[in-house]
Design a protein. Structure first.
Length: 368
């Protein structure tokens, strides 16, 4: 979850056209001014996202224990405050003389930074109960990776405020943190890191009855589902038979309630259309993508298959980020067809976007 948000804010930059008068043709002057303010906010979203994206991809370990102690030698300031100040300097934000830089620092960077507690995550039931062996088999490997002290990383889904200000959430630990990982050909395929725990929690809290999940990974969601008394069964749909064998051999035997688990080797979309309607699941959790960069198309595709299982409540991993990508894909179209600013706000809301995603809606620039 490093670069995902950067890939989608960029859709919104297309809005600044020389012929934007055509886009405003149905709006009154007051509403045009509101839309112009909104485009400026979108641009600030975009500026911050790319700035942070570059740091996370290239310099995420720049802040070290030594640098923190040097900047706060008497330990008088909270670590979050020191971390924010160091990032402000690293991002070359002139908060004294540049109003735009000051806005990015105080309205975006400051609320996005959070010091995390390793104990909170290590006390998670999966971390306490499931031991991941370090083994290699074919092009796969089970291993551990780690965050270094003060390394920056995305730790949960983006924040979207009512005025459409959006920013990712940056976390750091002040000590080393190890997490289990599946590697494919030497590249990270799946990890149980803080972002996985945080972004799965809403779905874990919601599910009950008979549940189906699309995507197995290291079985985090499946394990947490089995611990809930209100969950009767958890059916896992996974296409990769090697991943299933890995899970059944090394991870499933450690489950306290493995009798609740059924694993089906199938294509997720074929199963959702052809077999799932006959199963009467209460909930479905869809987690098929590595991040939002490869997830939006799959999200839109699965949303259209909800119609075959009306009795099932569908939940999606990092849906706020997925809807953000969808929002800025259709932004131009929404503005061009709206009769008021209030209509634009309504049509860009999550509830409307979720309904729209489930239809055969198409915008020309989405297909290019």
């Amino acid at each position: 979850m490093v670069v995902k948000f950067c890939l989608f804010f960029n859709f919104a930059t297309r809005f600044h056209k020389e012929n934007d008068g055509f886009m405003y043709q149905n709006l009154c002057p007051d509403d045009i001014e509101k839309v112009q303010d909104l485009t400026k906010r979108i641009q600030r979203n975009n500026d911050f996202a790319w700035m942070l994206c570059d740091y996370l991809n290239n310099n995420s370990c720049f802040i070290t224990k030594e640098l923190m102690e040097s900047a706060n030698s008497d330990f008088a300031l909270p670590e979050e405050t020191v971390y924010f100040a160091l990032l402000t300097g690293l991002f070359d934000l002139d908060i004294e003389n540049n109003e735009q830089d000051k806005q990015l620092a105080n309205e975006y960077l400051r609320p996005s930074v959070k010091k995390l507690d390793t104990k909170f995550y290590l006390e998670n039931p999966y971390y306490r109960s499931i031991q991941i062996p370090e083994i290699k088999f074919g092009h796969w490997a089970l291993t551990y990776q780690k965050y270094k002290p003060y390394e920056a990383f995305i730790y949960k889904d983006i924040v979207v405020e009512s005025d459409f200000k959006e920013f990712p959430c940056i976390g750091f630990f002040n000590e080393e943190f190890r997490f289990p990982t599946v590697m494919e050909n030497g590249h990270e395929w799946m990890s149980i890191k803080p972002s996985e725990l945080e972004t799965s929690q809403l779905a874990i809290d919601a599910i009950e009855g008979n549940v189906v999940t699309f995507g197995l990974g290291l079985g985090y969601f499946t394990y947490m589902a089995t611990l809930k008394e209100r969950v009767k069964s958890i059916t896992v749909v996974e296409r990769d038979k090697e991943v299933i064998r890995l899970f059944e051999r090394h991870i499933l035997p450690q489950f306290q309630h493995k009798e609740k688990v059924e694993i089906i080797s199938a294509d997720a979309f074929e199963y959702a259309k052809e077999q799932m309607p006959n199963r009467n699941f209460d909930y479905a959790f869809v987690d098929l993508w590595h991040d939002v960069s490869d997830g939006l198309d799959m999200y839109l595709r699965m949303k259209k298959l909800e119609q075959f299982s009306h009795q099932t409540k569908f939940l999606y991993w990092v849906e706020k980020s997925l809807l953000s990508g969808f929002r800025w894909q259709i932004f131009d179209w929404v503005v061009e067809n709206a009769l008021s600013y209030d209509e634009i706000v309504r049509d860009l809301s999550n509830s409307v976007l979720q309904k729209l995603a489930a239809t055969e809606f198409r915008v020309l620039h989405m297909e290019q």
